[in-house]
Design a protein around this ligand. Structure first.
Ligand code: HEM
Length: 485
Protein backbone atom coordinates (compact mmCIF):
# COMPACT_ATOMS: atom_id res chain seq x y z
CA UNK A 1 0.00 0.00 0.00
CA UNK A 2 1.47 3.36 -0.99
CA UNK A 3 0.31 6.47 0.76
CA UNK A 4 -1.02 9.55 -0.90
CA UNK A 5 1.86 12.08 -0.77
CA UNK A 6 -0.43 14.52 1.07
CA UNK A 7 -1.25 12.00 3.80
CA UNK A 8 0.13 13.00 7.18
CA UNK A 9 2.03 9.72 7.32
CA UNK A 10 3.84 10.73 4.15
CA UNK A 11 5.41 13.67 5.95
CA UNK A 12 9.19 13.48 5.95
CA UNK A 13 10.50 11.02 8.52
CA UNK A 14 12.37 12.61 11.40
CA UNK A 15 16.12 12.68 10.80
CA UNK A 16 17.53 9.55 12.45
CA UNK A 17 20.36 11.39 14.17
CA UNK A 18 18.75 14.77 14.89
CA UNK A 19 15.22 13.60 15.72
CA UNK A 20 12.16 15.84 15.76
CA UNK A 21 11.82 19.52 16.52
CA UNK A 22 10.20 20.16 19.91
CA UNK A 23 6.42 19.65 19.89
CA UNK A 24 6.31 17.84 16.55
CA UNK A 25 4.80 14.34 16.81
CA UNK A 26 6.58 11.38 15.25
CA UNK A 27 4.33 10.31 12.37
CA UNK A 28 6.76 7.92 10.74
CA UNK A 29 4.31 5.07 11.39
CA UNK A 30 0.64 4.96 12.31
CA UNK A 31 1.36 4.72 16.03
CA UNK A 32 4.92 6.03 16.26
CA UNK A 33 3.90 8.61 18.85
CA UNK A 34 2.80 5.61 20.94
CA UNK A 35 6.01 3.65 20.35
CA UNK A 36 4.45 2.02 17.29
CA UNK A 37 2.32 -0.15 19.57
CA UNK A 38 -1.17 -0.28 18.11
CA UNK A 39 -4.07 -0.66 20.54
CA UNK A 40 -5.62 -3.29 18.26
CA UNK A 41 -2.62 -5.22 16.97
CA UNK A 42 0.16 -4.49 19.46
CA UNK A 43 3.59 -4.80 17.89
CA UNK A 44 2.15 -5.99 14.58
CA UNK A 45 1.29 -3.27 12.08
CA UNK A 46 -2.52 -2.95 11.87
CA UNK A 47 -2.53 -3.02 8.09
CA UNK A 48 -0.96 -5.58 5.79
CA UNK A 49 2.71 -4.56 5.50
CA UNK A 50 3.76 -3.22 2.10
CA UNK A 51 3.97 -6.19 -0.29
CA UNK A 52 6.09 -4.63 -3.04
CA UNK A 53 8.45 -1.72 -3.39
CA UNK A 54 7.74 0.92 -6.06
CA UNK A 55 9.26 0.42 -9.57
CA UNK A 56 12.54 2.17 -8.74
CA UNK A 57 13.50 -0.84 -6.59
CA UNK A 58 11.71 -3.47 -8.65
CA UNK A 59 15.01 -5.26 -9.36
CA UNK A 60 15.31 -6.29 -5.69
CA UNK A 61 11.76 -7.59 -5.65
CA UNK A 62 12.42 -9.51 -8.88
CA UNK A 63 15.57 -11.11 -7.42
CA UNK A 64 13.68 -12.26 -4.32
CA UNK A 65 10.85 -13.61 -6.45
CA UNK A 66 13.35 -15.40 -8.69
CA UNK A 67 14.90 -17.12 -5.63
CA UNK A 68 11.46 -18.52 -4.80
CA UNK A 69 10.83 -19.57 -8.39
CA UNK A 70 14.19 -21.35 -8.61
CA UNK A 71 13.66 -22.97 -5.18
CA UNK A 72 17.21 -22.09 -4.19
CA UNK A 73 18.65 -24.82 -1.96
CA UNK A 74 20.98 -24.70 1.03
CA UNK A 75 24.58 -24.81 -0.16
CA UNK A 76 25.38 -27.70 2.21
CA UNK A 77 22.26 -29.74 1.45
CA UNK A 78 23.11 -33.43 1.41
CA UNK A 79 22.98 -34.70 -2.14
CA UNK A 80 22.51 -31.28 -3.77
CA UNK A 81 22.40 -31.81 -7.53
CA UNK A 82 24.66 -30.00 -9.98
CA UNK A 83 21.56 -28.44 -11.61
CA UNK A 84 20.58 -27.00 -8.22
CA UNK A 85 24.12 -25.71 -7.65
CA UNK A 86 24.17 -24.10 -11.10
CA UNK A 87 20.81 -22.47 -10.56
CA UNK A 88 22.01 -21.02 -7.23
CA UNK A 89 25.21 -19.73 -8.80
CA UNK A 90 23.26 -18.08 -11.65
CA UNK A 91 20.93 -16.45 -9.13
CA UNK A 92 23.84 -15.17 -7.03
CA UNK A 93 25.55 -13.83 -10.14
CA UNK A 94 22.37 -11.91 -10.99
CA UNK A 95 22.77 -10.01 -7.70
CA UNK A 96 26.40 -9.18 -8.36
CA UNK A 97 25.44 -7.68 -11.72
CA UNK A 98 22.70 -5.40 -10.36
CA UNK A 99 23.35 -1.67 -10.24
CA UNK A 100 23.70 -0.20 -6.74
CA UNK A 101 20.23 1.27 -6.46
CA UNK A 102 19.92 4.56 -4.58
CA UNK A 103 18.10 4.53 -1.25
CA UNK A 104 17.56 8.31 -0.82
CA UNK A 105 13.91 8.14 -1.83
CA UNK A 106 13.25 5.20 0.49
CA UNK A 107 14.27 7.33 3.40
CA UNK A 108 11.15 9.45 3.19
CA UNK A 109 8.97 6.58 4.39
CA UNK A 110 9.32 4.14 7.28
CA UNK A 111 7.11 1.70 5.36
CA UNK A 112 9.35 1.73 2.31
CA UNK A 113 12.42 1.28 4.49
CA UNK A 114 10.87 -1.67 6.30
CA UNK A 115 9.90 -3.40 3.08
CA UNK A 116 13.40 -2.73 1.73
CA UNK A 117 14.98 -4.27 4.84
CA UNK A 118 12.65 -7.25 4.55
CA UNK A 119 13.49 -7.86 0.88
CA UNK A 120 17.24 -7.22 1.10
CA UNK A 121 17.77 -9.18 4.30
CA UNK A 122 15.92 -12.20 2.90
CA UNK A 123 18.07 -11.95 -0.25
CA UNK A 124 21.25 -11.71 1.83
CA UNK A 125 20.47 -14.80 3.91
CA UNK A 126 19.60 -16.76 0.75
CA UNK A 127 22.82 -15.54 -0.89
CA UNK A 128 24.98 -16.61 2.08
CA UNK A 129 23.38 -19.92 2.91
CA UNK A 130 23.12 -21.08 -0.69
CA UNK A 131 26.90 -20.77 -1.10
CA UNK A 132 28.83 -24.03 -1.24
CA UNK A 133 30.26 -24.57 2.29
CA UNK A 134 33.83 -24.38 1.02
CA UNK A 135 33.38 -20.91 -0.49
CA UNK A 136 34.15 -17.68 1.37
CA UNK A 137 31.22 -15.37 2.12
CA UNK A 138 31.77 -12.30 -0.05
CA UNK A 139 28.51 -10.35 -0.30
CA UNK A 140 28.38 -8.14 -3.39
CA UNK A 141 28.05 -4.35 -3.19
CA UNK A 142 24.66 -4.10 -4.99
CA UNK A 143 23.27 -5.95 -1.96
CA UNK A 144 25.45 -4.72 0.90
CA UNK A 145 25.41 -0.97 0.23
CA UNK A 146 21.64 -0.45 0.07
CA UNK A 147 21.07 -2.93 2.90
CA UNK A 148 23.56 -1.11 5.13
CA UNK A 149 22.07 2.27 4.18
CA UNK A 150 18.52 1.11 4.93
CA UNK A 151 19.65 -0.54 8.19
CA UNK A 152 21.42 2.63 9.28
CA UNK A 153 18.23 4.62 8.67
CA UNK A 154 16.17 2.11 10.63
CA UNK A 155 18.86 1.78 13.30
CA UNK A 156 18.92 -2.01 13.17
CA UNK A 157 21.54 -4.56 12.07
CA UNK A 158 21.57 -5.63 8.40
CA UNK A 159 20.50 -9.23 9.07
CA UNK A 160 17.06 -10.81 8.72
CA UNK A 161 15.26 -10.35 12.04
CA UNK A 162 11.98 -11.07 13.83
CA UNK A 163 10.43 -7.87 12.46
CA UNK A 164 11.27 -9.02 8.92
CA UNK A 165 9.95 -12.55 9.21
CA UNK A 166 7.12 -12.18 11.74
CA UNK A 167 5.92 -8.65 12.53
CA UNK A 168 6.24 -7.29 8.97
CA UNK A 169 5.61 -10.56 7.19
CA UNK A 170 1.88 -11.08 7.64
CA UNK A 171 -0.89 -11.07 5.06
CA UNK A 172 -4.49 -12.24 5.02
CA UNK A 173 -4.96 -15.90 4.18
CA UNK A 174 -8.36 -15.11 2.69
CA UNK A 175 -8.95 -11.58 1.46
CA UNK A 176 -11.49 -10.05 3.85
CA UNK A 177 -14.65 -8.57 2.37
CA UNK A 178 -14.42 -4.93 1.40
CA UNK A 179 -16.85 -3.93 4.21
CA UNK A 180 -14.31 -4.88 6.86
CA UNK A 181 -12.48 -1.74 5.83
CA UNK A 182 -9.87 -1.96 8.56
CA UNK A 183 -9.01 -5.55 7.64
CA UNK A 184 -7.12 -6.09 10.86
CA UNK A 185 -5.19 -9.36 11.25
CA UNK A 186 -7.10 -12.10 13.08
CA UNK A 187 -5.80 -15.35 14.61
CA UNK A 188 -7.49 -17.58 12.02
CA UNK A 189 -6.91 -15.55 8.87
CA UNK A 190 -3.14 -15.24 8.59
CA UNK A 191 -0.57 -16.06 5.96
CA UNK A 192 3.02 -14.98 5.32
CA UNK A 193 4.41 -12.85 2.52
CA UNK A 194 7.95 -14.23 2.24
CA UNK A 195 9.44 -17.63 3.04
CA UNK A 196 12.94 -19.04 2.57
CA UNK A 197 11.71 -22.51 1.67
CA UNK A 198 8.16 -22.05 0.44
CA UNK A 199 7.09 -24.87 2.80
CA UNK A 200 3.83 -24.74 4.82
CA UNK A 201 6.00 -25.71 7.81
CA UNK A 202 7.96 -22.47 7.59
CA UNK A 203 4.76 -20.47 7.37
CA UNK A 204 3.34 -22.32 10.40
CA UNK A 205 6.53 -21.57 12.32
CA UNK A 206 6.31 -17.79 11.76
CA UNK A 207 2.55 -17.72 12.29
CA UNK A 208 2.88 -19.29 15.75
CA UNK A 209 4.73 -16.10 16.73
CA UNK A 210 2.34 -13.84 14.80
CA UNK A 211 -0.59 -15.33 16.72
CA UNK A 212 1.25 -14.90 20.02
CA UNK A 213 1.86 -11.22 19.23
CA UNK A 214 -1.80 -10.78 18.32
CA UNK A 215 -3.19 -12.58 21.37
CA UNK A 216 -0.73 -10.62 23.50
CA UNK A 217 -2.50 -7.35 22.65
CA UNK A 218 -4.90 -7.94 25.53
CA UNK A 219 -1.94 -8.30 27.89
CA UNK A 220 -0.55 -4.97 26.62
CA UNK A 221 -3.90 -3.31 27.31
CA UNK A 222 -4.00 -4.83 30.81
CA UNK A 223 -0.47 -3.59 31.42
CA UNK A 224 -1.50 -0.09 30.42
CA UNK A 225 -4.54 -0.18 32.72
CA UNK A 226 -2.35 -1.54 35.54
CA UNK A 227 0.08 1.32 35.16
CA UNK A 228 -2.78 3.77 35.61
CA UNK A 229 -3.68 2.00 38.85
CA UNK A 230 -0.08 2.08 40.05
CA UNK A 231 -0.32 5.83 39.73
CA UNK A 232 -3.21 5.89 42.23
CA UNK A 233 -1.75 3.19 44.50
CA UNK A 234 -4.78 3.00 46.82
CA UNK A 235 -7.04 0.15 48.00
CA UNK A 236 -9.16 0.35 44.83
CA UNK A 237 -5.97 0.16 42.80
CA UNK A 238 -4.95 -3.00 44.68
CA UNK A 239 -8.32 -4.57 43.88
CA UNK A 240 -8.17 -3.64 40.22
CA UNK A 241 -4.55 -4.72 39.87
CA UNK A 242 -5.46 -8.09 41.34
CA UNK A 243 -8.10 -8.51 38.67
CA UNK A 244 -5.81 -7.30 35.84
CA UNK A 245 -3.02 -9.64 36.89
CA UNK A 246 -5.42 -12.55 37.02
CA UNK A 247 -6.49 -11.71 33.46
CA UNK A 248 -2.85 -11.37 32.36
CA UNK A 249 -2.12 -14.88 33.62
CA UNK A 250 -5.05 -16.18 31.55
CA UNK A 251 -3.63 -14.48 28.45
CA UNK A 252 -0.13 -15.86 29.10
CA UNK A 253 -1.58 -19.37 29.41
CA UNK A 254 -3.20 -18.86 25.99
CA UNK A 255 0.13 -17.71 24.59
CA UNK A 256 1.53 -21.01 25.79
CA UNK A 257 -1.22 -22.92 23.97
CA UNK A 258 -0.47 -20.95 20.80
CA UNK A 259 3.24 -21.71 21.18
CA UNK A 260 2.54 -25.43 21.50
CA UNK A 261 0.22 -25.08 18.49
CA UNK A 262 3.30 -24.77 16.26
CA UNK A 263 3.37 -28.59 16.32
CA UNK A 264 0.19 -28.72 14.23
CA UNK A 265 1.79 -27.28 11.10
CA UNK A 266 5.56 -27.46 11.44
CA UNK A 267 7.41 -30.76 11.28
CA UNK A 268 10.50 -30.80 13.56
CA UNK A 269 12.76 -32.53 11.01
CA UNK A 270 11.70 -30.11 8.26
CA UNK A 271 12.29 -27.22 10.64
CA UNK A 272 15.72 -28.34 11.77
CA UNK A 273 17.11 -29.54 8.46
CA UNK A 274 15.43 -27.30 5.89
CA UNK A 275 14.19 -24.11 7.55
CA UNK A 276 16.43 -23.20 10.46
CA UNK A 277 19.74 -23.18 8.53
CA UNK A 278 18.55 -20.11 6.57
CA UNK A 279 18.27 -18.15 9.83
CA UNK A 280 21.89 -18.52 10.87
CA UNK A 281 23.79 -15.36 11.60
CA UNK A 282 27.55 -14.91 11.36
CA UNK A 283 27.84 -15.94 15.03
CA UNK A 284 26.26 -19.36 14.55
CA UNK A 285 28.14 -20.48 11.45
CA UNK A 286 29.93 -23.65 12.52
CA UNK A 287 32.62 -23.02 9.90
CA UNK A 288 33.20 -19.55 11.33
CA UNK A 289 33.51 -17.96 7.91
CA UNK A 290 33.50 -14.16 8.19
CA UNK A 291 30.77 -12.30 6.33
CA UNK A 292 32.59 -9.84 4.07
CA UNK A 293 30.47 -6.85 3.02
CA UNK A 294 31.67 -5.78 -0.44
CA UNK A 295 31.89 -2.14 -1.55
CA UNK A 296 32.52 -0.65 1.89
CA UNK A 297 35.79 0.91 0.76
CA UNK A 298 33.80 3.24 -1.51
CA UNK A 299 31.43 4.18 1.32
CA UNK A 300 33.44 5.35 4.32
CA UNK A 301 30.23 6.70 5.88
CA UNK A 302 28.99 3.10 6.34
CA UNK A 303 30.38 1.22 9.33
CA UNK A 304 31.47 -2.41 9.03
CA UNK A 305 28.60 -4.25 10.75
CA UNK A 306 29.40 -6.11 13.96
CA UNK A 307 25.92 -7.24 15.05
CA UNK A 308 25.21 -10.16 12.73
CA UNK A 309 22.91 -12.56 14.59
CA UNK A 310 20.06 -14.22 12.74
CA UNK A 311 16.34 -13.91 13.48
CA UNK A 312 15.13 -15.28 16.83
CA UNK A 313 11.84 -15.02 18.70
CA UNK A 314 14.14 -13.80 21.48
CA UNK A 315 13.55 -10.54 19.57
CA UNK A 316 9.80 -10.63 20.35
CA UNK A 317 8.99 -7.30 22.00
CA UNK A 318 5.92 -8.87 23.61
CA UNK A 319 7.84 -11.39 25.70
CA UNK A 320 10.36 -8.71 26.72
CA UNK A 321 7.45 -6.43 27.69
CA UNK A 322 5.90 -9.13 29.91
CA UNK A 323 9.25 -9.70 31.61
CA UNK A 324 9.78 -6.02 32.23
CA UNK A 325 6.23 -5.30 33.36
CA UNK A 326 6.22 -8.19 35.86
CA UNK A 327 9.70 -7.21 36.97
CA UNK A 328 11.00 -10.71 36.24
CA UNK A 329 13.54 -9.23 33.85
CA UNK A 330 15.51 -8.28 36.94
CA UNK A 331 15.30 -11.94 37.90
CA UNK A 332 15.15 -13.81 34.64
CA UNK A 333 18.01 -12.05 32.91
CA UNK A 334 19.35 -9.51 35.31
CA UNK A 335 22.84 -8.27 35.93
CA UNK A 336 23.98 -9.55 39.33
CA UNK A 337 23.80 -6.11 40.93
CA UNK A 338 20.01 -6.01 40.73
CA UNK A 339 19.76 -7.91 44.00
CA UNK A 340 16.99 -10.15 45.31
CA UNK A 341 17.00 -13.90 44.93
CA UNK A 342 18.77 -13.40 41.64
CA UNK A 343 22.24 -12.67 42.89
CA UNK A 344 23.48 -16.25 43.26
CA UNK A 345 23.92 -17.07 39.54
CA UNK A 346 25.94 -13.97 38.78
CA UNK A 347 28.13 -14.69 35.71
CA UNK A 348 25.42 -16.55 33.79
CA UNK A 349 22.90 -13.87 34.70
CA UNK A 350 25.12 -11.24 33.15
CA UNK A 351 25.43 -13.30 29.99
CA UNK A 352 21.68 -13.69 29.77
CA UNK A 353 21.09 -10.02 30.40
CA UNK A 354 23.62 -9.22 27.70
CA UNK A 355 21.92 -11.57 25.23
CA UNK A 356 18.40 -10.29 25.78
CA UNK A 357 19.55 -6.66 25.76
CA UNK A 358 21.44 -7.41 22.57
CA UNK A 359 18.27 -8.87 21.06
CA UNK A 360 16.62 -5.47 21.56
CA UNK A 361 19.12 -4.00 19.10
CA UNK A 362 17.37 -6.11 16.46
CA UNK A 363 13.93 -4.66 17.23
CA UNK A 364 12.46 -1.58 15.62
CA UNK A 365 13.70 1.51 17.43
CA UNK A 366 10.12 2.41 18.39
CA UNK A 367 9.67 -0.95 20.12
CA UNK A 368 13.09 -0.63 21.73
CA UNK A 369 12.02 2.77 23.09
CA UNK A 370 8.77 1.27 24.33
CA UNK A 371 10.67 -1.33 26.35
CA UNK A 372 13.03 1.32 27.67
CA UNK A 373 10.05 3.45 28.67
CA UNK A 374 8.43 0.48 30.39
CA UNK A 375 11.57 -0.38 32.32
CA UNK A 376 12.02 3.19 33.55
CA UNK A 377 8.60 3.53 35.14
CA UNK A 378 8.85 5.37 38.46
CA UNK A 379 6.20 2.98 39.89
CA UNK A 380 7.30 -0.61 39.21
CA UNK A 381 4.56 -3.19 39.66
CA UNK A 382 6.65 -5.73 41.52
CA UNK A 383 7.75 -3.24 44.18
CA UNK A 384 4.16 -2.15 44.72
CA UNK A 385 2.92 -5.75 45.02
CA UNK A 386 5.70 -6.60 47.46
CA UNK A 387 5.04 -3.53 49.62
CA UNK A 388 1.27 -4.01 49.63
CA UNK A 389 1.41 -7.32 51.54
CA UNK A 390 -2.05 -7.83 50.06
CA UNK A 391 -2.41 -11.63 49.80
CA UNK A 392 -4.86 -11.54 46.89
CA UNK A 393 -2.63 -9.17 44.93
CA UNK A 394 0.48 -11.20 45.71
CA UNK A 395 -1.28 -14.38 44.64
CA UNK A 396 -2.42 -12.77 41.38
CA UNK A 397 1.10 -11.49 40.70
CA UNK A 398 2.55 -14.94 41.39
CA UNK A 399 -0.06 -16.46 39.09
CA UNK A 400 1.22 -14.32 36.22
CA UNK A 401 4.86 -15.14 36.96
CA UNK A 402 3.95 -18.81 37.21
CA UNK A 403 2.16 -18.62 33.84
CA UNK A 404 5.27 -17.04 32.29
CA UNK A 405 7.43 -19.74 33.84
CA UNK A 406 5.08 -22.37 32.35
CA UNK A 407 5.32 -20.60 28.98
CA UNK A 408 9.08 -21.07 29.23
CA UNK A 409 8.65 -24.73 30.32
CA UNK A 410 6.68 -25.31 27.13
CA UNK A 411 9.24 -23.38 25.14
CA UNK A 412 11.88 -25.82 26.41
CA UNK A 413 9.67 -28.71 25.26
CA UNK A 414 9.43 -27.10 21.82
CA UNK A 415 13.19 -26.54 21.67
CA UNK A 416 13.78 -30.18 22.63
CA UNK A 417 11.39 -31.31 19.91
CA UNK A 418 12.56 -28.95 17.17
CA UNK A 419 16.28 -28.63 17.83
CA UNK A 420 17.72 -31.01 20.41
CA UNK A 421 16.03 -34.15 19.03
CA UNK A 422 16.73 -33.51 15.33
CA UNK A 423 20.31 -32.38 16.16
CA UNK A 424 20.92 -35.68 17.91
CA UNK A 425 19.61 -37.55 14.88
CA UNK A 426 21.79 -35.43 12.57
CA UNK A 427 24.83 -36.22 14.74
CA UNK A 428 24.04 -39.93 14.58
CA UNK A 429 23.63 -39.76 10.79
CA UNK A 430 26.93 -37.89 10.46
CA UNK A 431 28.71 -40.37 12.73
CA UNK A 432 27.36 -43.31 10.73
CA UNK A 433 28.42 -41.66 7.49
CA UNK A 434 31.87 -40.86 8.89
CA UNK A 435 32.25 -44.43 9.99
CA UNK A 436 31.29 -45.63 6.53
CA UNK A 437 33.87 -43.30 5.02
CA UNK A 438 36.57 -44.16 7.56
CA UNK A 439 39.96 -44.51 5.99
CA UNK A 440 39.20 -41.89 3.38
CA UNK A 441 38.09 -38.91 5.50
CA UNK A 442 38.59 -40.03 9.15
CA UNK A 443 35.91 -40.76 11.73
CA UNK A 444 34.99 -37.46 13.41
CA UNK A 445 31.67 -35.71 12.96
CA UNK A 446 31.70 -32.74 10.57
CA UNK A 447 32.00 -29.31 12.19
CA UNK A 448 28.35 -28.44 11.50
CA UNK A 449 27.15 -30.81 14.20
CA UNK A 450 30.01 -30.70 16.75
CA UNK A 451 30.01 -28.82 20.06
CA UNK A 452 27.26 -27.15 22.14
CA UNK A 453 24.03 -26.41 20.27
CA UNK A 454 23.77 -22.78 19.27
CA UNK A 455 20.61 -20.72 18.99
CA UNK A 456 20.18 -18.51 15.92
CA UNK A 457 20.88 -15.66 18.31
CA UNK A 458 24.24 -17.34 18.96
CA UNK A 459 23.53 -18.65 22.48
CA UNK A 460 24.55 -21.98 24.00
CA UNK A 461 20.87 -22.61 23.82
CA UNK A 462 20.13 -25.31 26.38
CA UNK A 463 22.05 -23.63 29.21
CA UNK A 464 20.66 -20.25 28.26
CA UNK A 465 16.99 -21.22 28.04
CA UNK A 466 17.04 -23.30 31.23
CA UNK A 467 18.67 -20.39 33.05
CA UNK A 468 16.02 -17.90 31.89
CA UNK A 469 13.21 -20.31 32.80
CA UNK A 470 14.63 -21.07 36.28
CA UNK A 471 15.17 -17.44 37.08
CA UNK A 472 11.60 -16.62 36.03
CA UNK A 473 10.46 -19.10 38.66
CA UNK A 474 12.86 -17.38 41.07
CA UNK A 475 10.84 -14.18 40.71
CA UNK A 476 7.85 -15.66 42.58
CA UNK A 477 7.17 -13.65 45.73
CA UNK A 478 6.77 -15.23 49.14
CA UNK A 479 3.31 -14.52 50.44
CA UNK A 480 3.61 -12.80 53.82
CA UNK A 481 0.21 -11.42 54.76
CA UNK A 482 -0.51 -8.19 56.65
CA UNK A 483 -1.96 -10.18 59.56
CA UNK A 484 1.18 -12.28 59.92
CA UNK A 485 3.28 -9.17 60.47
C1 HEM B 1 9.60 -24.11 16.83
C2 HEM B 1 9.49 -23.05 17.61
C3 HEM B 1 10.65 -22.41 18.37
C4 HEM B 1 11.94 -22.80 18.51
C5 HEM B 1 12.62 -24.01 17.92
C6 HEM B 1 12.60 -21.80 19.35
C7 HEM B 1 13.94 -21.81 19.69
C8 HEM B 1 14.57 -20.87 20.47
C9 HEM B 1 15.98 -20.85 20.78
C10 HEM B 1 16.99 -21.84 20.26
C11 HEM B 1 16.22 -19.79 21.56
C12 HEM B 1 17.58 -19.40 22.16
C13 HEM B 1 17.96 -18.03 21.79
C14 HEM B 1 18.62 -17.94 20.44
O1 HEM B 1 19.81 -18.12 20.37
O2 HEM B 1 17.90 -17.68 19.46
C15 HEM B 1 14.96 -19.13 21.77
C16 HEM B 1 14.78 -18.02 22.55
C17 HEM B 1 13.60 -17.42 22.76
N1 HEM B 1 12.40 -17.74 22.14
FE1 HEM B 1 12.03 -19.33 21.00
N2 HEM B 1 11.69 -20.86 19.71
C18 HEM B 1 10.49 -21.18 19.12
C19 HEM B 1 9.33 -20.47 19.19
C20 HEM B 1 9.17 -19.32 19.92
C21 HEM B 1 7.98 -18.52 19.96
C22 HEM B 1 6.71 -18.80 19.12
C23 HEM B 1 8.21 -17.51 20.83
C24 HEM B 1 7.28 -16.38 21.20
C25 HEM B 1 6.95 -15.45 20.37
C26 HEM B 1 9.54 -17.67 21.35
C27 HEM B 1 10.14 -16.81 22.22
C28 HEM B 1 11.47 -16.86 22.60
C29 HEM B 1 12.07 -15.94 23.54
C30 HEM B 1 11.38 -14.78 24.23
C31 HEM B 1 13.40 -16.29 23.64
C32 HEM B 1 14.46 -15.64 24.54
C33 HEM B 1 14.60 -16.46 25.80
C34 HEM B 1 13.48 -16.22 26.79
O3 HEM B 1 13.14 -15.06 27.04
O4 HEM B 1 12.95 -17.24 27.31
N3 HEM B 1 10.10 -18.77 20.77
N4 HEM B 1 13.97 -19.81 21.09
Amino acid sequence: MLLNPNHFLALPRPHVAIGLPAGVPDTSTLAAHDFDVDTRTGFLPPQVPLTRLPPLWEQWEAVLEDAGRRRIQLGDKAGISSAEQESSATWRASIASLPILPTDDLERSEYLLRRAHHVLSFIMHIFIHSLPPSEPILIPAPLTIPLLQVSAELRIPPTNNYTDNVLYNWAHKVQPSSESSEALPTLDNLACQTLFTGTPDEEAFYLASTRIELRGVEALELMRASMDELFHSDATAERRLTSYLTSISVVIRELRTLLLGVRAGCDPEVFYNQIRPWFKGADSDARERPWVFGGLEEHPELAEPVELSGPSAGQSPLVHALDIFLGVDRYSHAAPSSGGQASSAAPQATERAAFLERMQIYMSRHHRNFLRHLSHTPRPLRDFVERSKNPALLAAYNESVQALKEFRDSHMIIVALYIIGPAKKARERAAAQAQAEQGTQGGSAPPAVRGALKGTGGTDLVKFLKGVRDRTAGALLTIVTRRAL
